[in-house]
Design a protein around this ligand. Sequence first.
Ligand SMILES: *Cc1c(COP(=O)(O)O)cnc(C)c1O
Length: 495
Amino acid sequence: MTETLTLPQVIEPTIFELSSPGRTGVTFPEPDVPRSDLPAELLRADLPLPELAEVDVIRHFMHLSHLNYSVDGGFYPLGSCTMKYNPKINEDMARLPGFLFTHPLQPIETVQGSLALMYTLQEWLKEISGMAAVSLQPAAGAHGELTGVLIMRAYHRDRGDHRRTKMLIPDSAHGTNPASSGMVGLQVVQIPSDSRGNVDLNALKAQCDETVVGLMLTNPNTLGLFDEHLEEVIRTVHECGGLVYGDGANLNALVGVMRPGDIGFDILHFNLHKTFSTPHGGGGPGSGPVGVAAHLADYLPSPIVGIIEEGTDDLAPLFGFIHPPRSIGRVKAFHGHFGVLVRAYTYIAMHGAEGLRAVAENAVLNANYLRARLQDTYHIPYNRVCMHEFVAEGRFPGSDVRALDISKRLMDYDFHPPTNYFPLIVHEALMIEPTETESKRTLDAFADAMLRIAEEARTQPELLHEAPHRTPVGRVDEVKAARDLVLCCWFPENQ
Ligand SMILES: *Cc1c(COP(=O)(O)O)cnc(C)c1O
């Protein structure tokens, strides 16, 4: 690996630099409407457009796409994100013309198949989670949180209970939890973790009073640990009149094994792009359906898909939209990210109940295997049997190597780095989530690289400080990048 140090940094040419006057990649068809001149003020003679042949364009973007790291390209142990492989059959199903070419304003009689799929997905998510009703509208986990907090607020207000303004959130929580509570105007109260990584029960009890809206709880939490007093935590919050919101981002560890609804969660979001293998997509659509217990079903975002005319022996039921009576309203245009719903439906249908349980079991097994291989070399502060991920410290006694250095060096070994510096309660955190889709061979290759990097940290720390060495862009100055943003695309005059 060391010899790669001498490789020069590759500077990728931009499409403008590849441009050559007179080359062209398109032939326009003869217009089938009369020609007319555009207003002169709409035409910009100084607009630099690159001139390239089709092959130049294809090679340029093909090449750039190969520079991207992806789940299809390699191991992606980004903790909390559940970067599992996205089966290609999901894509085939989402591209079926009957799904692809529907319009959300079509009469419901013409989109019964799509509505049946949404209805079935709602039913499956209810079955998987133990919740009583589900809305597919929210566009992501964070959006599901916002939806859930709005439901909690509406529920308390409806009961004439106007004193409740406090949302309790453990210190291991994802940043979206306090953010979504803050957006609804609630006061966020942080609950510390105890020495075993659980919610600190005494701290929780001290905060539970008649001003509590509820608790937002991620279980297993972002340390990858199942709360050892889960039932007592939930009971404590309920006893003071609060509701318990489950951040379902870590459902991959539980699916088919334990149902949050059965143990008392009042609300839960699902991240379809985590647990149910839909793409995280370079900024593209995710999906964060929300499930609620029976006493909150009337508050779900409207509309949800329901049966509006029961079927008979000869006739299929008629699916349509129903409007929960106390709905908090619409949280998304139309009906959520339908293409993503088709992918999640396909994933669940392909696995079945047994298959989903195997997903959770293997996700937990893989994480514990990696934990066991790394625990003698990397300090793991809350080291007990983990669920689908674990958090190690990226630092060594007497060394100035940091988690960031280890992560950057991993890129030289062709691995995506784990999540860094989160959760905040672990110093130099490296949060590692392998998922069930990885083979033992991949897990071993990753563990070998991690052990080798620990050795390099001792013998050649500069190798880590200067990493990555094999990527088109080397170590970026993150402070400068944040302070001195260049968001505009390349134009000759910006050079
Ligand atoms: C991913 C994640 C979220 C937010 O979900 P998005 O779908 O990314 O909006 C919230 N909490 C935890 C613990 C997460 O891992």
